[in-house]
Design a protein around this ligand. Structure first.
Ligand SMILES: Cc1ncc(COP(=O)(O)O)c(C=O)c1O
Length: 433
């Protein structure tokens, strides 16, 4: 059976005179409505996002002191979102009335609950779900719910930098349990965690999967973590924003599934933002199976009027979770090939750079320590010689010295060009051994 489908072409932002349009293409075989043996969605077209008010492309001058670099930093993807989501948003725009969205959020709660069940085997009730604009909003609110000013909160660096910021902003103090580098990759250091969970420490924040080391925590690791937190009566804030982008050799396990007894001390934070490239729409969700915790999250968010999402965010979230699976499956397969490409490229062209096998996410943690350079020196070379913008590993705290984070969520030719630029400089660079 041959079917005519559409592929969206978008060459550049309207401001730069870019062409937009839909071109039909043939999918070879259809089984149950899904194209097999051909790509239904386009991840290859390079999109110039400059001049669209986007952080990743338009803020490089401010952040790196230079415009026009190839951007491999902020964790969003240089792909258009799923056409199903774009169509739903287009219908909202064309309707043209942007008054208050409904407060009947049942169908949005159900969309999140069904997604967790379908994609991750986690059965929750729609009533366990609430909303907030960003995962970091939820993280900050959960810190305030679980702890008092002056309490300790554990994080496991290297870690997404806002974790440090939100703990400090809320007057809590940071207790570090740095990840251990083992022969088999990064691991949670349970011996040290036992020490870290001392009196005065009331919560821990987990990144599952972990940004930036691309670990997808295993059942045993999560179960051990959960048991230890229960033993010490420590609350857990589990940031699962990267849950959906996990490669074929790993499996995401929600912490609540690994340790169901922990539900009485747990808030999980999720979002379609990384998964479907919707971060600018500010739509995220928290999940708490314990009634008291759920009521606390609801109350705390309501205090600042933060639980109501905007109409576009709600529409995108619902459409993503109800109609986005086919796009996501292709996006994951594409990103996995990007992961394989980065691994191969580094092995062949940058033998002094090391990368532990990424199990998920599209941000990869590159170890440049063999060059013996300071992070500021690494960054200077990348910006001023290679013309690429990667995230500085130093921002991720302990364990970030000598590391850079590469965002591989982009068309493959773009990724290849960036890697070649890095190899041209670092492939032959002596550094300071
Ligand atoms: C682990 C982690 N949490 C949270 C966020 C951002 O969440 P939000 O933009 O929804 O606040 C990111 C973005 O990169 C992330 O990697």
């Amino acid at each position: 059976m041959v079917v005519c489908m559409y592929r969206t072409r978008f060459m550049g932002p309207p401001e730069s005179g870019g062409a937009r349009g839909r071109e039909p293409f043939r999918a070879d075989v259809i089984f149950g409505g899904i194209a097999v043996g051909s790509d239904r969605y386009d991840f290859d077209t390079r999109i110039d996002r400059s001049g669209t008010n986007c952080e990743k492309w338009d803020d490089m001058g401010t952040v790196f002191g230079k415009d026009g670099l190839m951007p491999f930093w902020v964790a969003d993807m240089d792909f258009r979102s799923a056409p199903e989501i774009i169509d739903a948003l287009r219908a909202k725009v064309e309707f043209g009335v942007f008054g208050y969205p409904t407060e009947q959020i049942g169908k949005y709660q159900a969309a999140v609950a069904n997604w967790e069940s379908k994609r991750h085997g986690w059965k929750i009730s729609p009533d366990d779900v609430g909303f907030m604009p960003g995962v970091i909003t939820g993280l900050s609110v959960a810190i305030c719910e679980f702890t008092e000013p002056g309490d300790g909160v554990v994080i496991q660096p290297p870690i997404y930098p806002p974790f440090f910021r939100e703990i400090r902003h809320n007057g809590r103090f940071i207790v570090e349990n740095p990840l251990a580098e083992t022969d088999n990759g990064y691991a949670m250091d349970f011996a040290n965690l036992r020490e870290a969970l001392k009196p005065g420490v009331r919560a821990i924040v987990i990144s599952n999967p972990h940004n930036p080391v691309s670990r997808v925590w295993k059942l045993q690791e999560l179960a051990e973590l959960g048991q230890l937190c229960l033993e010490r009566d420590v609350a857990v804030i589990c940031d699962e924003i990267h849950q959906d982008i996990v490669f074929s050799d790993a499996k995401h396990i929600p912490l609540s599934l690994a340790c169901p007894e922990l539900d009485k001390k747990l808030v999980t934070l999720v979002s379609p933002s990384k998964t479907f490239n919707l971060a600018g729409l500010r739509a995220s969700a928290w999940i708490a199976r314990d009634r008291k915790i759920a009521a606390g999250m609801r109350r705390a968010l309501a205090r600042f009027h933060l639980s109501g999402l905007n109409m576009f965010g709600l529409t995108a979230l619902e459409t993503a979770y109800t109609k986005g699976e086919a796009w996501l499956d292709e996006a994951i397969a594409y990103l996995e090939k990007n992961r394989d490409l980065v691994e191969r490229f580094i092995r062949e062209n940058l033998p002094r750079v090391r990368m532990r096998h990424p199990e998920g996410t599209y941000v990869f943690w590159l170890d440049f320590r063999d060059y013996g350079l300071k992070n500021s020196e690494l960054m200077d070379i990348l910006i001023n010689k290679a013309g690429v913008a990667l995230s500085d590993g130093a921002a991720y705290g302990t364990g970030g010295k000598g590391f850079l984070r590469l965002n591989a969520g982009c068309p493959r030719t773009q990724l290849e060009e960036g890697l070649k630029r890095i190899a041209e400089i670092f492939g032959s660079f002596e550094g300071k051994r």
